[in-house]
Ligand binder design. Structure first.
Ligand code: SF4
Length: 381
């Protein structure tokens, strides 16, 4: 079963830290929906089935629920879609009417870009909603019939302290949501945050690391088990769609900046709504093979379940080298005990370095390298 991702590239305004692709001119909503519908229909007759759909952005709540509903219906028709259907939404633009219409159209999970319960932090991020609107949005989503709700939290943001973070986590958990994502702020070059030097208002690197470890600890105490570097859920609340990314399973992305992994190949649409519309969604760019052992290791280490080294297809020498390196990381407290390769919360903080070290071992030690994927069906042809 494949996953489906649809990018909704519209926002009411740009947040100072944001590097996601979106535009603030929403006049092309109908034309955009039609282009996505045509792209979906191009997959007709391929026998692909989907068990998840994720509307990300941008801000999906800037698009009429009826238009999102047309896309859901097309996915049902072409991919026999059944299962988890998530829409990201902002607390200020997801009205009760929008939520109810989206629920009626088949969406069953909603993910709010809440970020913080502190008014000063929200304002520094350039968010348009107040702390009160977060609670209202969650209550209205429940009333509209959503029984799976997620809230995003940002860590290491301007003015954040351990006390304001605790207040955010406790108040979000008290809303009864099933899922919380907590992302460390990364200031991307070219964003207003980078240009304006917002870094000076943020906790330094050590303080941000401490906020991350505090989040892991406190969310566990509030009943949210960590299942990925940045994701926490009550029992049964994990996001099934996003799990596909970390398990290197197949997914198809529609719209500008959307990526796909299908038939062992990666490909994507470049950023740019005008280009997407001008090409009628036919501007896919190949991005090489995907889903091989290196990717399974790199992505799987993001999960608390980790990776089974036996599934990496390594030579005997490679297995021994990997075991030796894992032991070094275990002694340093970066990896957990046990037969699987699993990072600890401290390990997650330096996951890039750990993953690089393990990837070097994989390099040259695979019994069968990724060339096998080159022979796979080229989805672009
Ligand atoms: S609402 Fe989300 S996608 Fe839009 S600018 Fe803000 S962070 Fe970026």
């Amino acid at each position: 079963m494949t996953g489906l991702y649809i990018h909704i590239p519209f926002c009411a305004s740009k947040c100072g830290y944001c590097d996601f692709y979106s535009v603030t001119d929403r006049s092309g909503r109908r034309a955009y929906t039609d282009a996505v519908l045509r792209e979906i229909r191009r997959f007709a007759g391929r026998g692909l089935r989907a068990d998840s759909l994720y509307f990300g952005g941008g801000t999906p709540s800037m698009l009429e629920a009826e238009l999102l509903g047309e896309m859901i219906a097309a996915c049902r028709e072409i991919f026999s879609l059944e299962g988890e259907i998530t829409a990201e939404a902002n607390p200020d633009s997801a009205s009760f009417r929008w939520l109810s219409a989206l629920r009626r159209a088949g969406a069953n999970r909603i993910s709010f870009g809440a970020q913080s319960s502190d008014a000063r932090e929200l304002s520094a991020l350039g968010r348009r909603h107040s702390p009160e609107q977060i609670g209202q949005a969650v209550r209205e989503a429940r009333e509209a019939g959503f029984d799976r709700i997620s809230l995003d939290v940002m860590l290491g943001i301007p003015y954040q302290t351990p006390e304001t973070l605790r207040e955010t986590l406790v108040s979000f958990a008290a809303l009864g949501v099933e899922h919380i994502s907590a992302y460390l702020l990364k200031i991307e070059p070219g964003t207003p945050f980078a240009v304006n030097g917002a870094e000076r208002l943020c906790p330094d690197e050590d303080a941000a690391a401490a906020l991350y470890l505090q989040t892991v600890r406190e969310l566990a105490g509030l009943g949210f088990a960590q299942y990925e570097i940045s994701n926490f859920a009550r029992p049964g609340g994990a996001c099934r769609h996003n799990l596909k990314y970390w398990r290197a399973e197949e997914y198809i992305g529609f719209g500008p900046a959307a990526h796909s992994l299908l038939g062992g190949r990666r490909f994507y649409h470049p950023r740019g709504l005008a280009e997407y519309l001008a090409s009628d969604g036919c501007n896919l760019v190949p991005d090489g093979p995907g889903g091989g052992p290196e990717e399974r290791l790199m992505l799987g280490l993001r999960l608390t379940a980790g990776v089974d080294p036996a599934a990496l297809n390594l030579s005997e020498r490679g297995r021994a080298r990997l075991a030796r390196q894992a032991e070094i990381f275990r002694k340093a407290g970066l990896m957990a005990e046990g037969p699987r390769l699993r990072l600890t919360p401290r390990g997650f903080l330096v996951s890039n370095a750990v993953i690089c070290a393990l990837m070097e071992i994989l390099d040259g030690e695979l019994l069968q390298d990724c060339n096998e994927f080159e022979a796979e069906r080229d989805i672009l042809s």
